[in-house]
Design a protein around this ligand. Structure first.
Ligand code: XMP
Length: 517
């Protein structure tokens, strides 16, 4: 079995980054919430090493989370990070106090001594940049530990018990603001824990194919293709696993970008030779959207219509035993919640929600263990074109939420598609596509006066949006230079009939959202 590392989550905002760094070091890892981990579950999981994450609680408070003592009795290496360090120290007989010297953001660690964790990057006597975020701090160590690093606010910023292979740091090695953090984590997984480093997408491909074959047997599988990365990778993987037992259904809503529907057919039917049903349902979708302008109403209509069409097409091909879905690991991780209560719905992202319940099929979810960047890597392994694998995220309701405040008509969709194509073409030509999380045009519900040649124009304004982000939860607008923006603006106004004004959206998220609706 592949070596695996268990990350016990105490609720830090950045726990997922620990898992990603571990996996980037070639080792499989999973995140389990602290309150679900028991001595029995630890034994059953059989980790090669354990990492305790940070978290918002204080070990000095009453009834705050602890790791099961079993963690320290299994004979496996343990790495504690921030809260994880504090609970490790408290549980093993050291002391933690509520510090009056809080450290947030960049800090410096003086390397007091060499240790396995620092191998190849940090040396005794050095001063290293890290990222801190803590109020409490360790003030005395349990038996068997030594100090290997200290900072102004944390006299025990890095500690080690070499014999037991317990290490703990007050700073966050998982974030990019700790420049050598990834190497420290890799030292833990390889040098300390002795993991093999064989978690690669090439290896995963083989395992996932075996698992799908085992699950599906001789059953039939249906898979909804959207043209996005996740469903494309699911389809390619399933095709390799079960060939003709797979049928893909591509519901063309008419709300995709220019050329995307054609590309899906070209790649999957013509190149991969997959059984593909291409249903052009654009008339139906546009008919249902007629006269609608409210964003949530549009989302609901599109979601429900999608399910109807998909269901009908699935019946037409004779049904199936399984429904394949591109669920990813971040959708699966159970989050630790300290603040109860429902959160406010900003946008209901339910495009195909309800499909599995309605269709009464078993689910095949071969990407459940993967992060997005791993899915992309797997897509490359499977031979999907880079243009598909590296594609920016695209919302389920598509261009319908990029024509805010006015009815979705074919004419407006055509105008928007043309502007969008030019914008993305210029972004690609400038070599910026991969530095941007998402870029698109929004057709604004306003006509403005312009002068073109000698005549007056009265046409739409369009907004350009481009943001950087790591997960879509927060985002910054992309700082294009003026010459780029002016080139795009000129081209759109000259080449797209119907638009005579271009603006650039300089709102970050929060307070804005990425899409306008
Ligand atoms: P917002 O606009 O909420 O977008 O900042 C965050 C990310 O989600 C995408 N998005 C959607 N995706 N169905 C989707 O599948 C939706 O209804 C939807 N609304 C927004 C958006 O494109 C961005 O990547």
């Amino acid at each position: 079995m592949t070596d695996r590392i268990l990350i016990i989550d105490f609720g830090s905002q950045v726990t997922q980054l620990i898992a990603r760094r571990v996996r980037e070091s070639g080792v499989y890892s999973e995140i389990h919430p602290f309150n679900k981990v028991t001595a029995e579950s630890l034994e059953a999981y059989d980790p090669k090493a354990i990492i305790l994450s940070g978290g918002p609680a204080s070990v000095t408070g009453e009834d705050t989370p602890r790791a099961p003592m079993k963690v320290f009795e299994m004979g496996v290496p343990v790495l504690g990070i921030c809260y994880g360090q504090q609970t490790m120290v408290a549980q093993l007989g050291g002391k933690v106090e509520q510090g009056d010297h809080r450290e947030f953001g960049r800090a410096w660690v003086d390397v007091e001594d060499d240790c396995e964790l620092f191998h190849g990057v940090w040396e005794k006597g050095g001063r290293e940049q890290v990222w801190m975020s803590h109020g409490d701090r360790v003030i005395s160590l349990p038996e068997g530990f030594r100090v290997v690093g200290k900072s102004e606010g944390a006299p025990f910023a890095a500690i080690a018990n070499d014999e037991k292979r317990f290490y703990a740091v007050q700073f966050h090695p998982e974030v990019v603001h700790t420049p050598h953090g990834a190497q420290l984590i890799s030292n833990f997984t390889h040098r300390v824990a002795g993991c093999a480093g064989d978690w690669t997408m090439a290896a995963f491909r083989g395992q996932a194919i075996d698992a799908v074959r085992k699950q599906v047997g001789s059953g039939r599988v249906i898979c909804g293709l959207s043209g996005g990365v996740d469903s494309s990778v699911v389809a390619a993987l399933l095709h390799e696993a079960i060939g003709d037992q797979l049928t893909c259904v591509f519901v063309d809503t008419g709300l995709l970008r220019a050329g995307e529907a054609e590309q899906v057919v070209r790649v999957f039917r013509d190149r991969f030779n997959i059984n593909l049903v291409h249903k052009d349902a654009s008339d139906l979708f546009l008919g249902k959207l007629a006269g609608k302008t409210d964003p949530e109403e549009k989302r609901k209509i599109i979601g429900a219509t999608f399910i109807d069409v998909f269901d009908e097409e699935a019946k037409r091909v004779g049904g199936a035993d399984f429904l394949a879905q591109g669920t990813l690991y971040p959708d699966v991780i159970e989050s630790v919640s300290f603040i109860g209560g429902p959160s406010v719905t900003i946008k209901s992202h339910h495009n195909v929600g309800g499909l599995p319940e309605r269709m009464n099929m078993k689910l095949v979810e071969p990407l459940r263990e993967l992060f997005k960047d791993e899915v992309r890597e797997l897509g490359r392994e499977l031979g999907l074109p880079e243009e598909m694998v590296g594609r920016h995220p695209f919302p389920g309701p598509g261009l319908a939420i990029r024509i805010p405040g006015q009815e979705i008509t074919r004419e407006r969709l055509e105008i928007l598609k043309k502007a969008d194509t030019i914008y993305l073409e210029e972004i690609r030509n400038a070599g910026l596509y991969d530095s941007i999380w998402q870029a698109f045009c929004v057709l604004l519900p306003v006509r403005t006066v312009g002068v073109m040649g000698d005549s007056r124009s009265y046409d739409y304004a369009c907004a350009l949006r481009a943001v950087t982000s790591t997960d879509g939860m927060t985002a910054d607008f992309y700082p294009f230079d003026m010459s780029f923006l002016s080139r795009v603006s000129n081209r759109i106004i000259n080449e797209v009939k119907g638009i005579n004004r271009v603006t650039y959206d300089i709102t970050s998220k929060p307070p804005g959202t990425i899409e306008w609706e």
